[in-house]
Each structure stands twice: as C-alpha cells, then as structure tokens.
Design a protein around this ligand. Structure first.
Ligand SMILES: NC(=O)C1=CN([C@@H]2O[C@H](COP(=O)(O)OP(=O)(O)OC[C@H]3O[C@@H](n4cnc5c(N)ncnc54)[C@H](OP(=O)(O)O)[C@@H]3O)[C@@H](O)[C@H]2O)[C@@H](O)CC1
Ligand SMILES: Nc1ncnc2c1ncn2[C@@H]1O[C@H](COP(=O)(O)OP(=O)(O)O)[C@@H](O)[C@H]1O
Ligand SMILES: [K+]
Length: 487
C-alpha cells in the first residue's frame, strides 16, 4: 500500500488528500450508526492516527459529540501532524481515571491507534488501553460500538496475526482494498464487518503493482469457469478418476469421485484395489469401476489419455505403496490431486515430491496437520507458509482450514473466506478433492481449479446450513453448481 500511496501522490493526489478522504469515510461510517453518537477517538502515532484526527474533526463539524485520546507523542508524518492540529475539539487526558471515564461515556469508540504500520507487539500502556476497550465492548449495558480504522489495532495486516493484543471491532473501515489480515484468521474475527472505502488510489496504480495476493472470489477465476458447449460430447467435459483405499476405507474416494462428477466432469471412474472391488461395486451406479492394485496398474490405467484428472490419497495409508502410486499419477499426463495419505507419503522429502511433480499440473490439499508433516513448521504466517510450500513442491497448494489459502508455484495466492464452521466434518475434505478434480477434468488450469473448487465447496456448505454431513455436500452440489455458474 505504501507504494500505491507514493505512486498516487506522484500522479497528483497528495497523501493529505488521501488521509482526508480516509478520515471522512470513517466519519461517514460512524455517522451511519445513527443519532446520539458520542465518540471516543483513539489516535496513535502514525497515519492511522492522522485518519483518526480527520474523522474526529469531520464528526465534530457535523455536530456529533467527540473526544480524542491523543497518543501520538512527538513526531509523525507531516500529514498526520497537520490533521492533528486541525482538530480543535475536546481531548481526553492520558491518565487511567480520565480514560476509564471516557470509555464509560462513549457510545462509539474509533480505533485509530495502528494500521498498516504496526511493526511490533503492543505492550505497556497501549496494550492496557486495548484490553480496556475490549472489556468495555462486552459489558452488559450500553456497550460501545467499536469502529476500527483500516485494521483493528494489534492485527498484523499482512498475516492476520495478533501482535500481543488486539482491538475487537464491530466494524472496520479499510481503504481501496482488503488486506490479508482482514481475511486470514484470527484477524478476520477481530474486524467485525469490513467495508472498503475508495479514497482515490487509481485502479491503474493498483494494477501496476503486480498484485499477487487475492481474496478467493469470483473475479479471480470467473473467466476460467468451464463452459458447456451445445452439442458437446461427454468426453469434452473430461474423465475424472480417483483411487480407492483398501476394503475398510473406501467411502472417502467414493465421496470424492461422485463430487467430481457433480462438478461437471463428463465421466468418472473409481480405480479400486481387488479386495475392495465388491464393496465399491455395491455402492456405485453412475461412477464406473476398474481394478487397480498398485503403481504399475495406475500407470497402465492412466495411459488412456481421456482420463485427464486423477485424485488419490483419501482413505489411503501414507506408506511407500501410496507414494509409488502418487508418483505414477504425477508422471502420467493427467492433472493430479494429492490429498491425505498421498500428501503425507512424501513427508520429509519435499524435493522428491517436486521432482515427481516436474512440469505437470498438480494440486496438494493438506489440512494443517498434513501440511506440517510434509512441509514442517507449525502455526505462524499461513500465507507465507502456503507460498513457500507451493514454491518448494512445484504444485498448487491448498492449505485447508477456516481461511484456506490456495498458493501457486508462480507466487499467486488466494485467501478463502466463505467456508462456514460446520464444514469441518468428516469427509468434507474428500469432497473438496473431488470438486477440484472435477474442474481439472474440465480443463481448468490448476490454480484456478483449486481456487474455484474451494469457493464452490464453501458455497454448497453455506447453502445447506448447520447439521450437514459430507454426503449432503454431494446432493447440494447440483443446485450450488448452477448458482456458481451465475456468479
Ligand atoms: N494505504 C493507504 O491507502 C492509506 C493509508 N492511510 C492510513 O495510514 C495508515 C498507515 O500509516 P503508518 O504507515 O504511518 O502506520 P501506523 O499504522 O499509523 O503506525 C505507525 C506508527 O506506529 C508505531 N508503532 C508501530 N507498531 C507499534 C507498537 N507495537 N507499539 C507502539 N508503536 C508502534 C510506529 O513507530 P515505529 O515503528 O516507526 O517506531 C509508527 O510511529 C493506514 O493504516 C491508514 O490508516 C491513509 O491515511 C491514507 C491512505
Ligand atoms: N473452522 C472451519 N471453518 C470452515 N471450514 C473449515 C473449518 N475447519 C475445516 N474446514 C474445512 O473443512 C474441510 C475439512 O477437510 P479435512 O480436514 O481434509 O477433513 P476430512 O479428511 O475429514 O475430509 C476442509 O475443506 C477445510 O478447509
Ligand atoms: K486501527
């Protein structure tokens, strides 16, 4: 954003104009809360504090009761200093008693302590102030509404992580576009409702920045959605295959392959080990069944070039035989999705996985535990970890969870935010693997197939609602797939 600000300034829109518009957008959001507003505005040392002073001035001009707790200290940018001196209204003394009284009296607290310039953990008096505001927000009577400027103070805009302690906001007004911290958890949970105010950073300026981080929303992949040709043949829509686990673990691959079919693949085949053929046969109707027992069998099965997308891992143990089959899938011309056991089978050998992926289209779909087992590390910056994993493996990585990150080896990454909590249910991940396989079968490139698959997965779950089980996702896909086409 700093580069965007500079380029915008070079193009004739000064930083002070941007700050004026930013502060005014915040004042508009506060004013929209209705009459009787009595705002306590917290102003920090940087430009976030500058925005806060602008908002305070504008609110006062509009007749609202305002008081500013000025924590700017010495210094700050020229624009922030100007905004500070242009505010002539009441200030709150920076002592505990006065702050408590001001917090008690406020109906709205505007958080302009820190935004994009947060550079370390909050400590001491700042941390204490944040804790005070958070306590006030949950008090039983007349709790103030908390409006954060750009980001809730304490949330790292790049990672969504809490730096020590962070403001819990009801609403966050950010500028020009959302930042990763608005979408990644826990940051997302601290923002409340996020609104984006346009403040005059030209679209052309943003475009020139070669943005590589996106919200996983239709604009990102709309143009890549499969199109149904009138008079088309089922083979035009691809042939998805999935590999079944052994006799006692067949359900996962069946869920997945059925999801691939519902996603629009023209044909679907389940490749099953001999011991599980009967149990699979008993459960399948539209999905075809063929016997494959090992890597050699899989290579043979994938010599049929019409079988253009293959999923394996659900229900499979993370052992050498699974790894050999994964290598066979990656070596074949089909696009490959590796999930569960097929991901963990490469634990400790990401370089070997990368060699196996080669130049082929491959998608890995680990949840946090599988991700750690393959790529190492635990917790921390999810976006950076997903990007590093994609670069290290040469595959598109779908790092699952509430804030699934889809990362491509070329550096692009998308953060998903439409998955409801009740999607965390046994088998949901298998369905996701199948959906992505279904899009790959229809010729969608790997990054877009993964991103739109994750979005469709969240969409279908949301439409079904609480209580869903993975089988419901399969049924729900039919209607959700139609809705997806209209997005
Ligand atoms: N992008 C846009 O389009 C526009 C952005 N605008 C606004 O600018 C905001 C970004 O402003 P910013 O860069 O001045 O950073 P900001 O968040 O105010 O804080 C920096 C100050 O905090 C300090 N500091 C940091 N961490 C700390 C800690 N833990 N504890 C204590 N101190 C700490 C840090 O000190 P330092 O690290 O230098 O020692 C520095 O003094 C952005 O969020 C938006 O609101 C609009 O005005 C116009 C258009
Ligand atoms: N808290 C959550 N909110 C929303 N979606 C979630 C949450 N936790 C997990 N998910 C999603 O649920 C699915 C679970 O997949 P996975 O962990 O592989 O389970 P399984 O192996 O049982 O299918 C993933 O798509 C994941 O992104
Ligand atoms: K803030």
């Amino acid at each position: 954003m700093a580069v965007a600000d500079r380029r915008t300034a070079e193009a004739g829109t000064s930083m002070s104009r941007l700050m004026e518009r930013a502060g005014t957008a915040v004042a508009d959001a506060v004013a929209a809360l209705g009459h009787g507003v009595s705002a306590l505005v917290l102003a920090g040392p940087g430009n976030n504090g500058g925005d806060a002073f602008v908002a305070a001035r504008v609110l006062r001009q509009r007749g609202y009761r305002v008081a500013v707790l000025d924590l700017a200290g010495e210094g700050g940018s020229e624009e922030a200093v100007t905004a500070r001196s242009a505010y002539r209204g009441p200030r709150v003394a920076a002592d505990d008693g006065a702050i408590d009284a001001a917090v008690e009296a406020a109906t709205v607290i505007v958080d302009g302590l820190f935004g994009g310039g947060l550079s370390r953990d909050l400590e001491g008096a700042m941390a204490a102030l944040v804790t005070r505001v958070n306590r006030a927000r949950v008090r039983s009577r007349a709790a103030p509404h908390v409006v954060a400027i750009d980001l809730p103070s304490g949330i790292d805009g790049a990672t969504g992580m809490v730096r020590g302690v962070a403001i819990r906001a009801d609403r966050t007004v950010t500028f020009e576009c959302r930042k990763p911290g608005h979408l990644l958890v826990p940051g997302r949970h601290y923002c409340g409702k996020v609104t984006v105010a346009e403040i005059g950073i030209a679209a052309a300026t943003l475009k020139g920045l070669a943005v590589t981080t996106f919200a996983n929303e239709p604009d990102l992949w709309r143009a890549h959605r499969p199109k149904l040709a009138r008079g088309g043949h089922k083979y035009d829509r691809g042939h998805a295959v999935a590999v079944s686990g052994p006799m006692t673990a067949t359900g996962a691959a069946r869920l997945a392959i059925t999801a691939a079919l519902r996603t629009g693949a023209g044909l679907a085949t389940l490749l099953s080990p001999g011991d599980a053929l009967l149990v699979n046969a008993a459960h399948l109707t539209t999905v075809m069944l063929a016997r494959v027992d090992d890597a050699t069998g899989l290579t043979e099965a994938l010599t049929d070039r019409r079988r253009n997308a293959v999923l394996l891992g659900p229900g499979m143990p993370p052992d050498a035989a699974t790894r050999a089959m994964a290598e066979a899938a990656l070596a074949a011309p089909a696009a490959a999705v590796l999930d569960a056991g097929a991901v963990v089978a490469f634990a400790g050998d990401v370089a070997g996985l990368k060699r196996a992926v080669g130049e082929g289209a491959a998608v890995l779909t680990p949840h946090a535990g599988e991700f750690s087992r393959l790529f190492g590390g635990e917790g921390g910056d999810k976006l950076a970890r997903a990007r590093a994993a994609a670069a290290a493996s040469g595959a598109v990585v779908v790092f699952k969870g509430e804030d699934t990150v889809i990362a491509a080896p070329d550096g692009r990454a998308a953060i998903n935010a439409n998955a409801p909590p009740f999607l965390a249910t046994a088998g949901a991940g298998d369905v996701l693997g199948g959906i992505i396989t279904g899009f790959l079968a229809q010729g969608v490139p790997a990054f877009e197939a993964a991103a739109m698959g994750v979005f469709l997965h969240g969409l279908v779950a949301t439409r079904i609602g609480p209580g869903l089980i993975a089988d419901d996702l399969i049924d729900g896909l039919r209607a959700a797939r139609a809705a997806f086409d209209m997005l």
